[in-house]
Design a protein around this ligand. Structure first.
Ligand SMILES: [Zn+2]
Length: 161
């Protein structure tokens, strides 16, 4: 049960900023190089899961490394992936077609939710407002408990012996 996976037929760099993939099923995908690099699938970028399944995230440097988002080359790896080499020398990211499709799916998911938010007008009524509890239901008609009830038999003032 192998589903035929589309394969990219062309990688094209657009304006040194975006990478456009053309797939053999006709569709195209466009990643910004920044996204492409940020989603680098290598263990150094995505964190390596240890034997307990915990993912150790690599330390992120706050400074942008020169050339980090500069794609130097894409080298085919077999017939299932490309290896990217970046301007900062990073070349361990191997993007399988499967990974690229997953990246695309994430991208589409994000833009879908964005458009849904945009098209969702506020016409639908919000759920009915519950009136604020303003303290009207204070039990004001119950008398306060009296603890100075007359007991009579044990008067503490009985000290005139
Ligand atoms: Zn990497």
């Amino acid at each position: 049960m192998t589903t035929p996976m589309p394969q990219p037929t062309e990688f094209k760099l657009l304006e040194q900023r975006d990478l456009r993939l053309t797939w053999n099923d006709g569709h195209t995908t466009r990643f910004s190089l920044q996204r492409f690099r940020d989603e680098c699938p290598c263990a150094g970028c995505q964190g390596e899961s240890d034997i307990f399944g915990e993912v150790k995230m690599p330390m992120q440097l706050p400074i942008a490394i020169p050339g980090k988002y500069e794609l130097k080359s894409l080298t085919p790896v077999g017939n299932y992936a490309v290896a990217a080499r970046w301007g900062d020398g990073h070349d361990t990211g191997i993007y399988s077609w499967e990974y690229l499709l997953a990246m695309e799916a994430r991208l589409n998911q994000q833009s879908d939710t964005a458009t849904q938010k945009k098209t969702a007008t506020g016409d639908t009524d919000p759920p009915s407002h519950t009136p604020p509890a303003s303290g009207n239901n204070r039990p004001s008609d119950t008398p306060p408990p009296r603890d100075n009830a007359t007991s009579g038999s044990e008067s503490p003032t009985d000290s005139d012996v």
